[in-house]
Design a protein around this ligand. Structure first.
Ligand code: TYM
Length: 358
């Protein structure tokens, strides 16, 4: 599906367009894969227009070593492609190459309210006790995220459960902008939080999210882990001594067991109900090797392909540049209209945004 060239300002019908992003801040985890990347591939293959971004401007809201950031951005691009994203079918690019994100981000800094951002649980978690020392960028992070999505007037955003609050804020920003300027310009975006992998938990603690920032590498599976490491992490995953029951309700209060069932379901494509029924009565000594085998079968080809792609960084950079050109071709005219709506004079010859000037 393609978007109209000129988006009408009122009564707009927004064509389906998918946008999502991932921070290039280290290894992709199984949580990122099941909660996000796997869903990105499914949406790409359903024929909707899909735009996926490596959000390097978000990454620097916390300290990133510059050369690590470049490597992580390219590795994330390799991870996207190795997982099945096709640069011909989807637009794949890194955020900083398309200036529209930062430009619209600033406008949204002026639309969004301090009170809204003060309620963001991710800021509280990431800033920790010493909020005074957090960067301003970390506080304004959700405004830039809204800009990522709305610079394309995206209608659907596949993410894991932890991004729900940020997407609600995106809807609030879109609604406030439309209301303040008496336009029907931005769509009210739908979060797409579906499937068994929307909240993959730590392998060491079933009440904590699997995260690349967890100090223990044993808490997560990285897409770059080799087969032995994956098997070892699953073997050592925290569980309890009871066998698996035959239904999900009976797993109440057994967070680690429930997490392994969800991971199995996410990887196999079966529902958690089917997975528990198929494995009813098993001890973890039996279930874990089966899960490890499945994880290795699904993830090893991805890590092998990532390693192969990383041998040709020039080609990755070329693909990102090409993706950024295509992304900018969509976002620049949208931001041009935003500048016009807001009341900016745009008269510079050769300005990327003059086409929006009225
Ligand atoms: P990030 O980089 O933290 O995570 C990327 C995606 O992975 C999902 N995810 C998980 N899903 C299930 N279980 C887990 N344990 C798990 N850990 C991470 C996240 O929900 C996310 O979908 N703010 C975003 C990046 C972003 C963005 C955007 C997303 C920036 N702009 C615009 C959507 C649209 C983030 O920090 O993702």
């Amino acid at each position: 599906m393609t978007a109209p060239k000129e988006a009408p300002k009122t009564g707009a019908v927004h064509p389906a367009r998918v946008f999502s992003g991932i921070q290039p801040t280290g290894n992709l985890t199984l949580g990122n894969y099941l909660g996000a990347v796997k869903r990105f591939v499914e949406m790409q293959n359903s024929g909707i227009e899909t735009i996926y971004c490596m959000v390097d401007l978000h990454a620097i809201t916390t300290w990133q070593d510059p050369s690590d950031l470049k490597r992580a951005t390219r590795e994330l691009a390799a991870g996207f492609i190795a997982s099945g994203l096709d640069p011909k079918k989807s637009i794949l690019f890194n955020q900083s190459q398309v200036a529209a994100h930062a430009e619209l981000g600033w406008i949204f800094n002026c639309v969004s309210r301090m009170g809204w951002l003060n309620r963001m649980t991710q800021f509280k978690d990431k800033a920790g006790k010493n909020r005074e020392a957090a960067s301003v960028g970390l506080f304004a992070y959700p405004n830039l995220m809204a800009a990522d999505i709305l610079a394309y007037r995206a209608t659907h955003v596949p993410v894991g459960e932890d991004q729900k609050q940020h997407l609600e804020l995106t809807r609030d920003i879109a609604a406030k902008f439309n209301n303040d300027f008496k336009v029907d310009f931005f769509p009210i975006t739908e979060p797409v939080i579906e499937g068994a992998g929307t909240r993959v938990m730590s392998l060491r603690d079933g009440t904590k999210k699997m995260s690349k920032s967890d100090p223990s590498d044993m808490s997560r599976i990285n897409l770059t882990d080799d087969a032995d490491t994956i098997a070892k992490k699953i073997r050592k995953a925290k569980t309890d001594p009871d066998p698996l029951p035959d239904n999900l309700e009976a797993l109440e209060g057994r967070a680690e067991a429930r997490n392994l069932i969800n991971i199995y379901a996410g990887l196999s494509g079966d529902t958690p109900d089917k997975v528990i029924a198929d494995h009813a009565g098993q001890q973890f000594g039996q279930f874990k090797p089966e899960l490890a085998e499945l994880a290795v079968a699904k993830l090893s080809p991805i890590s092998a392909e990532m390693a192969r792609l990383m041998n040709d960084v020039t080609e990755i950079d070329r693909l990102l540049g090409d993706g950024a050109d295509r992304a900018a071709a969509i976002a620049d005219p949208i931001v041009a209209e935003v500048y016009d709506i807001v009341g900016m004079v745009r008269s510079r010859t050769g300005n990327r945004h003059t086409e929006g000037n009225k």
